[in-house]
Design a protein around this ligand. Structure first.
Ligand SMILES: C[S@@+](CC[C@H](N)C(=O)[O-])C[C@H]1O[C@@H](n2cnc3c(N)ncnc32)[C@H](O)[C@@H]1O
Length: 303
């Protein structure tokens, strides 16, 4: 065999690729995948050769537009991944009513990573409830880092309008702050918004709970450690700092990266514990929590 002859493996790969190209065209003709297509698409994405990714994206171009959730991620209308609007679409289980896109949105919501995002919202609500139960009539101060659409707080307050929890909400994106302010205006007396960068912000007080989900996965290890060190100083005695991060076991990682162009720092439980220790927190004060799928991990530090 010389350099210009295809090996049996290459031939097999080409045949498979041709078959998959035809399959994608067929998916477009029927306006997206049905339930029994999901496994095949995910299997293909998991096996994909890096050289085929540009071609795959080309084939998917008709739906890699802001009209679908995956295309919204790919095109980044707000200029970055994981903006408040896409997260809200995930929380609200948004499905584009246009038949050209509808099935692709349904497919997206079935991805384990999308389900894990919804699960983490519920986790936050459960933790707020726990704080309220323990506090009785006393005020509880909560700081949310990278607050985005503020949906967990909004849903919690809808259920508990008399809550004594007071929230400080920090987000770098002014559009996220505006969106969240409008949405939560009925609870304005319990919420204070700060259009600030978590890296530069210096809190003016300390908190019973500091919560952050969907933010630290964008930070390099050194920034992660820096932020833990910084914010742990603003915990009241008995308070908790809880930081979410996607796990290295995220089964949707490849599809997020290949079709969503959505890259995160995925981390193990050991990574998160190591960062806390590097930030000077005694290991006895550190634990790991997970949402039910174990795809979103949470580093929990008690003061
Ligand atoms: C993926 S969203 C998560 C939103 C929310 N925590 C949730 O779980 O629904 C991340 C949010 O963090 C904000 N963000 C990103 N970098 C930030 C920074 N350095 N300081 C403050 N907010 C930041 C983004 O604007 C976005 O609203």
């Amino acid at each position: 065999m010389n350099a210009y002859t295809l090996s049996a493996t290459d031939n097999k790969l080409m045949e498979e690729t041709k078959r998959f190209e035809a399959y994608i065209q067929a998916l477009h003709q029927k306006h997206g995948p049905d339930d029994d297509d999901y496994e095949r698409i995910l299997y293909f994405v998991d096996q994909i050769q890096p050289a085929f990714i540009p071609r795959f994206r080309e084939l998917m171009k008709p739906i890699l537009t802001p009209d679908t959730i995956i295309g919204f991620s790919f095109t980044k209308p707000f200029g970055y991944n994981g903006d408040f609007f896409i997260i809200e679409k995930i929380y609200q289980h948004y499905i584009n009513p246009n038949e050209k896109y509808r099935k692709w949105d349904s497919f997206f919501h079935r991805l384990p990573a999308a389900i894990a995002v919804v699960n983490r919202k519920q986790m936050a609500i459960d933790i707020f409830r726990k704080y309220q139960k323990n506090a009785g009539e006393k005020e509880v101060k909560v700081l949310i880092l990278g607050s985005g659409p503020v949906t967990e707080v909004f849903e919690y307050l809808q259920e508990n309008p008399g809550s004594t929890l007071k929230f400080d909400l920090l987000d770098l994106d002014e559009r996220a702050i505006q969106y969240a302010k409008n949405k939560t205006s009925q609870f304005a007396d319990k919420l204070t918004f700060y259009n600030k960068n978590v890296i530069r912000y210096t809190p003016g007080e300390s908190y019973d709970l500091i919560w952050s989900a969907g933010l630290f996965d964008y930070f390099k290890a050194k920034h992660f450690v820096f932020l833990v060190k910084k914010y742990v100083e603003y915990l009241n005695d008995g308070g908790e700092l809880i930081i979410g991060n996607f796990s290295i076991d995220n089964p949707s990682r490849k599809i997020m990266e290949i079709l969503g162009d959505w890259f995160l720092y995925h981390r193990s439980e050991e990574d998160l514990i190591t960062y806390a220790v590097q930030a000077g927190v005694p290991e006895s004060k550190v634990s790991i929590m997970k949402e039910p799928l174990g795809i979103n991990l949470f580093l929990r530090i008690e003061k």
